[in-house]
Design a protein around this ligand. Structure first.
Ligand code: C2O
Length: 535
């Protein structure tokens, strides 16, 4: 194993898209930011120096950070922010993991422009468990706002309403020719006829589940969230914010130019966001004057496409990469996801939208939760997050529009070291149903079951897949449905869990687990680094 060093300078750069220039926070002046390359088992040392006027933290999304929450990054959860003029060095190993992950700012909405790919190659000499591609590349799907993204977030808070949607989707930072001023802002991938390419697709959008397709070309899904899956072919894929999907694509069509396209998946009756970002799959030698062919994307509200796509995801579960699904459960958790309305004296109409788990809207403290836990500081958080909602009700029945208030709190759930946890996330019709991509820090989990309507604890577990369920770090809870995940709590620390739609995170759709230390010398949280930013 090697040690790889990276320098991340957080700087404000002038960036132009859609004929519109604005100052944006970037890493090293690049949008998307630099890719981190490593091999399984390597040690990464990333020095982040903050030259911008914003507080900053960086999260390595999907890196397990074994015993090492100090390098995880969510602001006020595992660290206080790196202030303007300050710096912090993230030290971490990528052990027992290989594939595509990504990094992003984990404070306010700054990840809109502060993000990039993490590519972890298998150990030297270890092949992929699928045909070796001729070449590989990252495709980062994102969003662009003409307005300052922090102003968009604040405007949402002030009005007490959902903030504006973005002005464009992007592929590797570029919206493509269906948007104004595409000349410099179209990404093209040149391919050779007959060769196979590995595309590492990342959804870095703030608030949109996305469909992705390539005109004329079928894709073979081989990996999700840096875990290998049983390969299957598909003409389109769906990817939630936070997720990654690796596909093989063979340049087996008539030499030409083909659009790769992405647009939102949204199966609720709010105004449909139809904007489509495109990039070009360019066969070598074909003149760039040839007009590219457009792919057929699923309809924006195609719930059944999403369900059947998700249904095809299975862990590879080979002798070398077994799916170690917990078969027994020590701790059963049932969390309802709700939207709500709370009083807000500083908001223009006196109320604001909130979101909650088990009716609790999470409030971040002024110090970092991990420090408070490690040093046993009193009064920062309570360890009484409830294992189930205060009352049971018909979660997904007719919309519940009364008594939408939630309780505010910094309440965490204590989990015994090495216990096995089953968590059912249940969407509700509090205000309205909606799909929510949930991300757990510090772990991968197995998605053992999912369904529409109310979870039935008597019947649904009988249908769980305990053989080869998909293993991931972010899972979409379907609109008006539920998802069950299992994991073994073998990583001590304070681990954030939240909806990866940034708008919902801002509204409080988040909580954290305190996983206790074990008894052994290798079962405790490591000591904090000396340069951990002060609170
Ligand atoms: Cu990708 Cu808590 O984040």
């Amino acid at each position: 194993a090697a040690t790889k060093k990276y320098q991340f300078d957080v700087v404000v750069s002038n960036v132009s898209r859609l004929c519109h220039a604005k100052p944006v926070v970037t890493v090293n002046g690049r949008l998307p930011g630099p890719t981190i390359y490593a091999r399984e088992g390597d040690r990464l040392i990333v020095n982040v120096t903050n030259y911008a006027q914003y507080n900053m933290t960086i999260h390595w999304h999907g890196v397990k950070q074994l015993r090492n929450g100090w390098a995880d990054g969510p602001a006020y959860v595992t660290q206080c922010p790196i202030r303007s003029g300050g710096s912090y060095t993230y030290h971490f190993n990528v052990t027992g993991q290989r594939g595509t992950l990504w990094w992003h700012a984990h404070i306010l909405w700054l990840r809109a422009t502060v993000h990039g790919a993490i590519v972890i190659m298998p150990e030297q000499g270890v092949p992929y468990p699928f045909p070796q591609p001729y070449q590989e590349t990252e495709l980062i799907l994102g969003e662009w706002w003409n307005a300052d993204v922090e102003k968009v977030e604040q405007q949402g808070n002030l009005l007490g309403l959902p903030p504006n949607t973005s002005d464009a989707h992007t592929i590797n930072g570029k919206p493509g020719p269906l948007f104004p001023c595409p000349e410099k802002h179209t990404y093209a991938l040149e391919v050779e006829s007959g060769k196979t390419y590995l595309l590492r697709i990342i959804n870095a959008a703030l608030n949109d589940d996305l469909f992705f397709a390539i005109a004329g070309h079928s894709m073979t899904v081989v990996e999700i969230d840096a875990t290998y899956c049983k390969p299957f072919n598909t003409s389109a894929l769906v990817i939630a914010p936070g997720q990654t999907t690796n596909v093989l694509v063979r340049a087996d069509q008539a030499p030409g130019r083909y659009f790769m396209a992405t647009r939102s998946f949204m199966d609720i009756p709010i105004p449909v966001d139809n904007k489509t970002a495109t990039a070009i799959l360019q066969y070598r030698g074909v003149p760039t004057t040839v007009v590219p062919v457009m792919p057929q994307l699923p309809a924006p509200n195609d719930t059944s496409f999403v369900a059947s796509f998700s249904d095809q995801l299975r862990s590879l579960n080979s002798p070398r990469y077994p799916a170690s699904v917990p078969l027994d459960v020590d701790r059963r958790l049932f969390y309802t996801i709700g939207l709500g309305v709370n009083p807000c004296p500083t908001c223009l109409n006196g109320t604001r939208l909130t979101a909650s788990l088990n009716n609790i809207t999470f409030v971040l403290p002024q110090v970092a939760l991990l420090q408070a836990h490690y040093y046993d500081m009193k009064g920062v958080f309570r360890l009484d997050f409830p294992d189930k909602p205060p009352t049971s009700f018909n979660y997904t029945g007719t919309p519940l529009t009364a008594n939408l208030g939630t309780s505010l709190g910094t309440r965490l759930s204590r989990i015994a070291f090495n216990s096995t946890v089953e968590l059912v996330l249940q969407d509700t019709n509090l205000l309205m149903v909606e799909s929510h991509p949930f991300h757990l820090h510090g772990y991968n989990f197995f998605v053992v079951g999912t369904g529409i309507g109310n979870f039935d604890p008597a019947k649904d577990p009988e249908t769980f897949n305990l053989i080869d369920p998909p293993e991931r770090n972010t899972v979409g809870v379907p609109t008006g449905g539920w998802t069950a995940i299992r994991f073994r709590a073998d990583n001590p620390g304070v681990w954030f869990m939240h909806c990866h739609l940034e708008v919902h995170t801002s509204w409080g759709l988040k909580m954290a687990f305190v996983v206790e230390n074990g008894d052994g010398p290798e079962e405790s949280i490591l000591p904090p680094p000396m340069d951990l930013p002060p609170c």
